[in-house]
Design a binder for this molecule. Structure first.
Ligand SMILES: NC(=O)C1=CN([C@@H]2O[C@H](COP(=O)(O)OP(=O)(O)OC[C@H]3O[C@@H](n4cnc5c(N)ncnc54)[C@H](O)[C@@H]3O)[C@@H](O)[C@H]2O)C=CC1
Ligand SMILES: O=C(O)CCCC(=O)C(=O)O
Length: 355
């Protein structure tokens, strides 16, 4: 049997990132040898602590090692301050742009046996929109005025919608052999083009054009203005299959959707580019619970699996998903965010046993 070795960057970052990334490493190391996968890990710096130590939140060495040596990475979370700090800029936002990880894929799912099952994927554009972070402040006779550029390009909008179409088709294929709440593939394009007719208008048109490709003919395409999208998402979450959105709306929708499945600590993401993927839990550095060994590691374990899916290792990913689902379905060893009493380590141990 041939062995594939994947070199994976580990970037814990700050706060609970330091507690959940070791869990991600352990799950990868525990995958059965029969899968023919080996991992070679490299520890990399990014985050507010790195900024305080080195003067930069995203050292060039981190980007270079990821770009030149790694096939994938696991990113924990960073503690970005809510006020401007001279010289600091969010490293994860920068990393997505520097590696052109143009898609942020966020599956939000309950276990199959849930009373009200939800199974959706939010596909978020990951390189532009207000996250280009081009902000200025000027003094006017009426006081300060701050402005930010919202950049939407046809190219980025087209490719993210195509990614959403591809994911909808792939999900439909998987459904042929496993039970699902959805009977046919659906992509919902989310925007606010009734107000932002140029920027979100371009996102809407480019997305529709991408999804008009005949290869997506099995996929139903609908659109939803983002504010009513939130309403409908909360009223009828089971109706949604794949949602495609510009960067900021996708960020907000996915945290909202996390509430529907019980906790931010459950929801994974993958930052995906050509041949490269970074698994990253959707949550932040959670300073309110850091250092207590109570962070839910599942978002990170699922992010490791999602990374493997995008690195063409679906079988390995499926093993992780199954072990996590078994832990959740039994419900005996749950972290406090899910109403349990288990520590991070106890949840990880239970999932490793099931692997
Ligand atoms: N990708 C990233 O690195 C992100 C970083 N952040 C940063 O994180 C810091 C804190 O931001 P918040 O707004 O508090 O959002 P947060 O996502 O860190 O926390 C929100 C709430 O969810 C809980 N929570 C999050 N993850 C959890 C887990 N795994 N297990 C159990 N409970 C969990 C927290 O305890 C908190 O009550 C900020 O500095 C922010 O900039 C926020 C979002 C993403
Ligand atoms: O806090 C930061 O540095 C980045 C926050 C961005 C974010 O929430 C996401 O993209 O998931």
């Amino acid at each position: 049997m041939s062995i594939r070795t994947l070199r994976i960057g580990l970037i814990p970052g700050d706060g609970i990132g330091k507690e959940v990334i070791p869990a991600g490493r352990r799950i990868l190391e525990a995958l059965p040898a029969s899968l023919g996968l080996k991992f070679d890990f490299v520890h990399l710096k990014a985050g507010f602590e790195a900024f305080e130590q080195t003067g930069t939140a995203l050292p060039d060495a981190t980007v270079d090692v990821l770009r030149n040596e790694c096939q994938g990475a696991l990113f924990g979370a960073v503690s970005s301050p809510t006020h401007a700090v001279k010289g600091y800029s969010s490293p994860i936002v920068a990393l997505r742009k520097r590696l052109d990880l143009y898609a942020n894929v966020r599956p939000v799912k309950t276990v199959v046996t849930a009373a009200r099952p939800i199974d959706m994927v939010i596909v978020r554009e990951n390189t532009e929109d207000l996250y280009v972070k081009q902000e200025t402040t000027r003094d006017t006779p009426d006081g300060k005025v701050a402005e930010a550029i919202k950049r939407i390009s046809e190219k980025a909008s087209f490719r993210i919608a195509a990614m959403a179409g591809d994911i909808a088709l792939r999900r439909q294929k998987i459904r042929e052999s496993s039970p699902s709440i959805h009977s046919k593939p659906l992509v919902t394009i989310t925007h606010k083009s009734n107000v932002l007719s140029q920027t979100d208008g371009l996102f809407r048109t480019a997305s529709k054009n991408a999804l008009a490709d005949p290869k997506y003919s099995p996929v139903s395409v609908e659109e939803q203005i983002v504010d009513s999208m939130v309403y409908k998402l909360f009223r009828q979450p089971e109706a949604y299959d794949v949602i495609v959105a510009p960067n900021l709306y996708g960020d907000i929708l996915s945290d909202g959707a996390a509430a529907l499945v019980g906790s931010l600590g459950l929801v994974p993401s993958a930052n995906v580019g050509e041949g490269f993927a970074i698994g990253e839990p959707c949550h932040g550095s959670a300073p309110d619970i850091q250092g207590k060994n109570i962070a839910n590691p599942i978002a990170t374990l699922r992010s490791a699996a999602l990374m493997l899916e995008f690195l063409d290792e679906p079988e390995a990913a499926a093993k992780i998903y199954a072990a996590v689902d078994a832990n959740l379905e039994e419900g005996k060893l749950l972290s406090p965010d899910l109403g349990g009493k288990a520590t991070t380590d106890e949840v990880v141990e239970d999932i490793l046993r099931r692997l």
